[in-house]
Design a protein around this ligand. Structure first.
Ligand code: NAP
Ligand code: 3JN
Length: 340
């Protein structure tokens, strides 16, 4: 069996470390692994399959010198991707980029393998990984769209703090501690207190009154589903959960789907586990989805306010399917299609 030279750019970060876990857990055929990060991390060592690997500084020469990479998994922010991904692509390295830098570029496929693996092309070296909230939603929407053509999506998200990085997780924990000790919480990462609170703002506001996160869900969903006619509107909310994003999703379809039909379609779809037994109070929960690879869906019910509508609750680990796992699955698709 062939094996491949893989680079992880941003290896010391929250998502980068999950990329290492996913490469290991899914037994991706790694020949040589290179870990790259900023100058701050030079000399740090990270473990992979029981072996310690030293972190290198990312420079524009990283991809022309040293062991030639087949794939570079990037998760070091949009600015780093914009600056360095073209150097990798020029050397024939497939870049799988976790940031928003390339997602809406017409030359870059935006991929969720269960939905649009077919959009991968051997000559398109920079591949974008979608936003976490979009990924888990389209995994569920795609099979329903194939069956009944979705006309409109209304989504409200309940996003875990880990989506905003390690400092955000520490801020929630510190604020819970502060409040329990009678101290005033001090917001640093988030604009307001996150402990025991919900913030209807993720990322910055745009001129249309929506946040960047909300517009990512709108635009990325259309691109991945390959259908600009689907109308999408989103409200993205940060909640005091550490790991796994939850979403209340409402869809309107052209063809009628009963809740039972939708459940039967979703039970057969890849990457999805249906958890839906209200008689036993069973539905997807963030605490159960954390560290799991699947996207969980439940609370399937018909929207009684319109003719062809469904409501559902979708939960998935934002650092796994929402980031590192999806990126590794894209690398697996490159192997499967013999592009590397
Ligand atoms: P993080 O924990 O802060 O890690 C950032 C990583 O980027 C670190 O390894 C850091 O290296 C590296 N880095 C920063 N500047 C660099 C530079 N100039 N050159 C090389 N490496 C650099 O952040 P995270 O939570 O892992 O998120 C990383 C990125 O992933 C985000 O900015 C975002 O674009 C993307 N992301 C995507 C999703 C999604 O929805 N798919 C979700 C979360 C994050 P040092 O340790 O050396 O500083
Ligand atoms: O906040 C979340 O739950 C998801 C955050 C994703 C994110 C964080 C910082 C920068 C992104 C992203 O992937 O959309 C970016 C980015 O724009 O690259």
């Amino acid at each position: 069996m062939s094996s491949y030279n893989i680079g992880v750019v941003g290896a010391t970060g929250l998502v980068g470390r999950e990329m290492l876990n996913m490469l290991d857990k899914r037994d991706f055929p790694v020949k040589n692994l290179r870990l790259l990060a900023s100058h701050r991390s030079v000399g740090k060592k990270l473990k992979f399959k029981g072996r310690e690997i030293e972190v290198e500084e990312l420079t524009k020469d990283s991809f022309s010198k040293g062991d030639k990479l087949d794939v570079a998994l990037f998760s070091a922010g949009g600015g780093t991707s914009k600056e360095f991904a073209p150097y990798a692509a020029r050397e024939g390295v497939f870049v799988i980029d976790n940031s928003s830098a390339w997602r809406m570029d017409d030359n870059c496929p935006l991929i969720v393998p269960e939905v649009n693996e077919i959009a991968l092309k051997k000559e398109k070296k920079i591949i974008a990984n979608p936003n976490c909230s979009t990924i888990q939603m389209v995994v569920v929407l795609a099979p329903l769209h194939r069956a009944a053509k979705i006309k409109r999506v209304v989504v409200s998200t309940y996003q875990a703090v880990s989506g905003a990085g390690i400092k955000a997780v520490e801020e929630l924990e510190e604020q819970v501690k502060a409040l329990s000790e009678g101290r005033k919480p001090r917001p640093m990462v988030f604009p307001h207190q996150i402990a025991y609170n919900c913030l209807p703002q993720i990322d910055v506001f745009l001129d249309n009154g929506y946040t960047k996160e909300e517009m990512k869900m709108v635009n990325e969903t259309k691109k991945i589903m390959g259908d600009d006619s689907i109308q999408v509107t989103a409200t993205c909310v940060r909640v005091p959960v550490v790991r796994a994003h939850s979403e209340a999703v409402n869809i309107e379809t052209e063809k009628k789907l009963t809740a039972e039909e939708a459940i039967s379609i979703l039970e057969k779809a890849p990457g999805i586990t249906v958890v839906d037994d209200i008689s036993k109070l069973k539905y997807p929960l963030a605490v159960n989805a954390a560290y799991k690879e699947e996207t969980f869906v439940g609370r399937l019910r018909e929207d009684e306010s319109i003719e062809n509508g469904l409501n559902m609750w979708v939960v998935s680990d934002n650092l796994l399917k929402g980031a590192a796992l999806n990126a590794v699955q894209i690398a697996e698709s490159l192997v499967k299609n013999e592009y590397i």
